[in-house]
Design a protein around this ligand. Structure first.
Ligand SMILES: O=C(O)CCC(=O)C(=O)O
Ligand SMILES: [Fe+2]
Length: 183
């Protein structure tokens, strides 16, 4: 199956808050695209990274369990590893942050091996305006659930975007699973 799926309650609302609070405000940097370019007309957001060791290991474990289960039952992709760290993204209304339509596979060393993308909502759904995560896998645009703790899993070749945030801010957590390139 190549359509995205959603898994609710991967994290509790308290756990979502905890993940946000473990990130260091000063560590956020302007997001770059897969090729390393900073392109304000494609993506405007601030991002930071979590490690799969020490204090953030429980976050990684939870995502790993979620990906494994979804891949076993739904996607059935050949997945081998997680080659990149977990990404926390901040989309603030002060810059009307957004991420235009894109796919996650690219020419980069890791980006070419991305197979499954898992995006988890970290902000309370009614705490911000705009900032909708949308996918277009088959010509139909689908809006992801805004419930915090809900994860959207999508093949990394599926188009997706985040609409501009117009009030307050949205945080998300993204992890990619890697394996032999799609052909
Ligand atoms: O923040 C999101 O909801 C999506 C992030 C994303 O698409 C990406 O980092 O490639
Ligand atoms: Fe993406």
């Amino acid at each position: 199956m190549l359509l995205p799926i959603e898994v609710a309650n991967v994290f509790s609302p308290d756990e979502c808050k905890k993940i946000i609070s473990t990130t260091d405000e000063k560590a956020y940097a302007d997001a770059r695209l897969i090729d390393g370019a900073r392109q304000d007309n494609t993506r405007r957001a601030r991002i930071t990274w979590l490690d799969d060791t020490d204090k953030d290991e429980w976050v990684f474990r939870r995502l790993l369990d979620t990906v494994s289960e979804a891949n076993r039952h739904h996607f059935k992709f050949g997945l081998e590893e997680f080659s990149e760290r977990m990404q926390v993204a901040y989309y603030g209304a002060e810059t009307e942050a957004f991420f235009d339509w894109h796919i996650d596979i690219g020419d980069g060393q890791f980006a070419r091996h991305r197979k499954l993308t898992i995006v988890t909502q970290l902000s309370e759904d009614d705490s911000y305006t705009g900032g909708d995560l949308e996918t277009n896998a088959d010509g139909n645009v689908r809006r992801a659930s805004r419930a915090c703790g809900t994860a959207m899993l999508l093949p990394s070749f599926v188009l997706h975007r985040v609409t501009p945030v117009t009030h307050n801010a949205r945080y998300s957590l993204t992890l990619w699973a890697h394996g032999p390139e799609f052909h």
